[in-house]
Design a binder for this molecule. Structure first.
Ligand SMILES: NC(=O)C1=CN([C@@H]2O[C@H](COP(=O)(O)OP(=O)(O)OC[C@H]3O[C@@H](n4cnc5c(N)ncnc54)[C@H](O)[C@@H]3O)[C@@H](O)[C@H]2O)[C@@H](O)CC1
Ligand SMILES: Nc1ncnc2c1ncn2[C@@H]1O[C@H](COP(=O)(O)OP(=O)(O)O)[C@@H](O)[C@H]1O
Ligand SMILES: [K+]
Length: 499
């Protein structure tokens, strides 16, 4: 897994690399600019493109000047450089690159003392090298005017490192001017803010350019933030041994569904089965029995009535329980949840209505077995832990609650965030907006419960489950990835990852 850094830590990584490789910081800037140009030429191969590069006078602007020179060398012949000289300050590396650029005869350089000097903008594409990770306050004055004007042009904007005005960590505050980039080519790691929904109005897509910073230094930086990678799953997903049998892979029970929401029980049970549990049982109301038997013959039923569970439930035989999808929040569901929490003491997966019930009866949180996995979406998270103004504060709460409760919390989103009892905060890269359809979360609950039953540590069940859930959704390749389609992809995907 990749360590994710704050802007300050990234600066430390820059300095460490410069010192340990005995290079000049301008060399690192050159390296970064080459890495940017490599990705840029893949994305926009047409050399006749008219490109305007807007540069500040810090190191982000220095990158912009070096990128302009390298683009000329790569054959882009219509390049205009606009330098926003809104303050008297400039960095040494900006000045070095300014001198280098001026040696090119046929490059147009214009200096702006104020945003009104911009004039007509006839380019096809704008490169934004105004401000980068050095941003230390919201844009105001000439910066705000320039960014507002650039946004009003509705041109394709490619940002160097980060869209100008977007904070690297907290996510965007509303009401401030921030450049809207089609693409950001970010150095070494994505910025934390890219992984939060607050960046969505300002950034359509990002790519990461390796600029050769010291990887050991980065991985050993203090801090809880990580990005999951495919290799993390490959390393963890076990290969099915020759003499393994259904007993090897555990027995999972899904407590889910109600007469009107049996689909949730079917989806979560099917996901559990397809993610490899040795045996899967569904605890459902009697009205759902025909549907279960007809659609999932592999899954066994534990039929519950209005009065609750049959007295004969042998709790010991289950390795894991997942509870919540489509359960409802009525008194019957509450007493069912109480019975499960009273009788089952291994880690469980709590989702949807199980979380809503706990939110309204918060004393129940004390009875949740240690190391359990909670899978709230944003609203369920806020119901459980209180309202939050932004995602950054949700992250702080998630880290705190996961450690104090001794549970793993899976906060679902485009980049689902997994908080572990050890204090880690992992972002999952897989998934697609095609999964934004009812029932996707039910599938995730089934998958994580399945991995718990198979004997994975609960936080690892959450990593693997979240990753394969998103990757399966991507494989559907459709405009919509229905939960059923996503579940169908699981066995082949997991075989590829495990072998
Ligand atoms: N060795 C390095 O430090 C490297 C830095 N790189 C580039 O350097 C960038 C960071 O450069 P800098 O630290 O020089 O900072 P920036 O170029 O992002 O900003 C320049 C300066 O603008 C001022 N500023 C910040 N917020 C402002 C605001 N809202 N209004 C007006 N002025 C504001 C600050 O004094 C800041 O230092 C990265 O984003 C990246 O593009 C890359 O060249 C890789 C190597
Ligand atoms: N835009 C998106 N990008 C990636 N994943 C998404 C997106 N929208 C939804 N998902 C995934 O789909 C699931 C939705 O879960 P949830 O909101 O609980 O749905 P439901 O309750 O309908 O089952 C989560 O795992 C989430 O990460
Ligand atoms: K920028």
């Amino acid at each position: 897994m990749q360590k994710l850094l704050t802007a300050k830590q990234m600066r430390d990584a820059d300095s460490f690399t410069i010192a340990s490789k005995s290079i000049f910081s301008a060399d690192l800037m050159e390296e970064a600019s080459h890495a940017f140009v490599k990705i840029f030429t893949e994305e926009f191969p047409d050399r006749s493109l008219r490109v305007s590069v807007y540069c500040g006078t810090g190191n982000n602007g220095g990158d912009g000047l070096a990128i302009s020179r390298l683009l000329m060398q790569a054959g882009y012949h219509d390049i205009k450089v606009m330098i926003a000289r809104f303050s008297a300050n400039s960095t040494d590396d900006f000045e070095i690159n300014f001198r280098r650029l001026r040696e090119f005869q046929n490059i147009r350089i214009q200096e702006l003392r104020s945003a009104v000097e911009c004039g007509a903008e006839t380019s096809d594409l704008i490169i934004d090298a105004l401000l980068g990770s050095g941003l230390n306050k919201p844009l105001s004055g000439e910066w705000e005017k320039l960014v507002t004007w650039l946004n009003s042009l509705h041109k394709t904007i490619v940002s160097v490192d980060i869209p100008t005005g977007l904070p690297a960590e907290e996510g965007a505050g509303s009401g401030h001017a921030i450049l809207h980039a089609r693409l950001a080519i970010s150095f070494q790691r994505p910025k934390l803010s890219f992984l939060l929904p607050g960046s969505a109005p300002y950034l359509d897509r990002f790519r990461v350019a390796d600029i050769g910073l010291d990887d050991d230094f980065i991985q050993n930086c203090e801090g809880p933030y990580y990005l999951l990678e495919e290799n993390d799953i490959r390393e963890r997903l076990i290969h099915r041994a020759a003499f393994s049998h259904k007993g090897t892979f555990g027995h999972a029970m899904l407590v889910a569904g109600a007469p009107e929401t049996m689909g949730a029980a079917l989806l979560t049970s099917r996901a559990c089965l397809y993610a490899g549990a040795g045996l899967t049982s569904a605890c459902i109301p009697a009205t759902g029995l025909t549907a279960l038997n007809a659609s999932l013959p592999e899954v066994m039923a534990v039929v519950r009535s209005e009065q609750g569970l049959p007295t004969s439930v042998d709790w010991e035989k289950y390795q894991a329980i997942g509870i919540g999808p489509g359960l409802g929040t009525g008194p019957g569901s509450l007493s069912l949840l109480r019975v499960v929490l009273k009788n089952f003491h291994k880690p469980i997966v709590l989702d949807a209505d199980a979380l809503n019930l706990i939110a309204h009866n918060y004393e129940l949180i004390q009875q949740v077995p240690e190391h359990s996995v909670l899978t709230p979406h944003m609203k369920e998270f806020d119901r459980l832990f209180g309202d939050h103004q932004d995602w950054w504060s949700r992250i702080e709460t998630g880290i705190d609650r996961a450690t104090t409760l001794g549970c793993t919390i899976v906060l679902k989103n485009r980049y689902t965030i997994i908080f572990t009892p050890q204090g880690m905060c992992l972002f999952n890269p897989t998934g697609t907006p095609a999964m934004a359809t009812g029932g996707s979360g039910d599938a995730l609950t089934g998958i994580i419960t399945s991995f718990l039953a198979q004997g994975y540590e609960p936080h690892e069940a959450a990593f693997i489950g979240t990753y394969v859930h998103g990757a399966a959704g991507e494989r559907v390749r459709g405009y919509v990835a229905t939960p059923s389609q996503l579940i169908d992809e699981l066995p082949l995907l997991m075989k590829e990852l495990a072998d």
